[in-house]
Ligand binder design. Sequence first.
Ligand code: K7E
Ligand code: CUA
Length: 685
Amino acid sequence: MSNGSTRRFIAAGSGAFALAALAYACAPSAKSNSSAGLLAGDAASRTYVPPGSYDEFYSFMSGGFSGQILVYGLPSGRLIKTIPVFSQFPENGWGYSEESKPMLNTTFGFVPWDDTHHPELSQTDGVPDGRWLFINANNTPRVARIDLKRFETTEILQIPNAAGGHASPFVTPDSKYLVSATRFSVPIPQADVPIESYKQNFKGTLTFIRADQPGKMDIAFQIMMPGFDYDLGHAGKGPSDGWFFFTTYNSEEANTKLEVNASQADKDYIAAVNYRKAEQCIADGKGKKFGGTYVHNYLPGDSYVATTETKNGVTLLDPSACDGVVYYLPTPKSPHGVDIDPSGEYIVVGGKLATVIPVHSFAKMQKAIADKAFEKTIDGIPVLKYDAVVAGEVQKPGLGPLHTEFDGKGNAYTSMFISSEVVKWKLGTWQVLDRIPVYYSVGHVMIPGGDSKKPWGKYLVAMDKITKDRYLPTGPEMSRAAQLIDISGDKMKLLLDFPTMGEPHYAQAIPASLIKGNSIKFDKLTENGNPYVTKAESEGGIARSGKRVDIKMIAVRSHFAPDNFEGVQLGDTVYFHVTNIEQDWNIGHGFAVFGAQTSNLILPPGETRTLKWVPQATGVYPFYCTDFCSALHQEMQGYIRVSAPGSSVALSANTSKRAQTQNATGTTRESEHAEKHDHAREGSR
Ligand code: K7E
Ligand code: CUA
């Protein structure tokens, strides 16, 4: 939201609304001073993790427009890992290595960037279990699975018949399904139509993705919806298990100047979806086969070489063909987040332009459905009466409610974007209990397990959109700020500011004890299924097939073998398949070659990665290890010679006699020398 639009909303509100806005308006310097005073107490010791000690929680933050996931320790706020997902990552070669490139394939070709918003931990019985992390791509709709044994992306599924995969990838309590909804309605199937024909031609879809079998994510079914914007979602739990709830805005179905035109109606809707009913209707043959081409990228078997499969068609369900599958709950006003409390009874909505926080009751919703308390239908979807479903409203919570999490002790915590604060209130009485300023313009808040059945309610992290004066100035663009707040007592206490990367819309956290013992230390070389693996120094070599040259080599402290190659010609495409044969935790090597138009590779122990190189000129090019691996890391280097097309220089690699004879080419004296030298060094290690 821009300041301009903020001002307009306030001006458009009542006098009381405007007064409230003034009351909440902040003077940054005054705030900073008072928070510094509070911090002087015991806050430092609460977040201090002594050297050599571990944090209590892993926290996974989305990288927003960086397309990645950032792993932070809590309570220290230390960044401990970046996991690349939808964006290429030069730090380790993700999306550059031949093994990982297929992960970024889509029906639009290779798409090495996206916008990640919502990390979501897999759950068992409604509680995060530490097996997988899922995350959405907002721009070219996709969902990814990250294996938390490896902290690596292992699977990406594209969502067909969709645009703006924002309400995603929230899970059901058993992790059977993930969802993805269209933030942007579009013609479905896509068609060349006038944008002005929005109301006739544009539709939304709610996609349910089968997610509980690694390597086999797939579209289970899609539900065709009116052309609203479907913003966020959450699964029911406990009594509401089997239901999914999505916010909508732009029920006005505007296609231009949404800032004004989609803010006309007093209420938009929650779409309540009975997905068990959808399963039943599909089993009864009420779904229809529908088009839609999409890709599924995954790692088959033990090769860790990604593969892309293209799929065609989905099962589509029309709500009018399946009675009771979808209801609309009127909800003020252009709602953003929808969050289900740990008991599963309350559906809390962040009506970003609303003056209250509305809370719906699942029990009342069931009764309203039984009583047919409908005010109308939209495209065959019954709209329930607001009074028949609302449980209560939190009065005067602040301005711009967006997202709510829960502490498991009957309290809810809502982010207030416009008034830059977190508000604590009581479920059931709807009373505001406490409020704390945050710096500035908070989006999501996160409590470890705070959207699950059993929150580990101790800390809350506020993820802010605007940083301004919180850190040393770094020019016009500042990194975003997160704030760690202690929620263990009656009053919230600010403990720590820490910078984040990209824009962490949402985050999830889980006790470290549920993950750290499962973390893999290295991959067993004996189980490396890469077709170009080199398991021993003697197995390396070079081979030509037409204009393709494959080089197989090993990396080990502190050399490559082979490390001299000749016989490559301009016009060839060279594939360096490098295997790190170390079998020890955290002993990585790197690989880069002079003149390559790509990043380096980082090779975890036991793994094979491939760099593709198209030489641009004749000459001799060094390659080297980019990862400081040993005292003789600087010696970990080699050369590749590139000759003119048609040159008589024989194809050769200098380590393994077998590889050389395989290629039926002569061996130069120099390379024999190099071999002896290598072995000598090997002996002296
Ligand atoms: Cu930024 Cu969940 Cu994409 Cu709200 S979303 S802030
Ligand atoms: Cu291997 Cu540096």
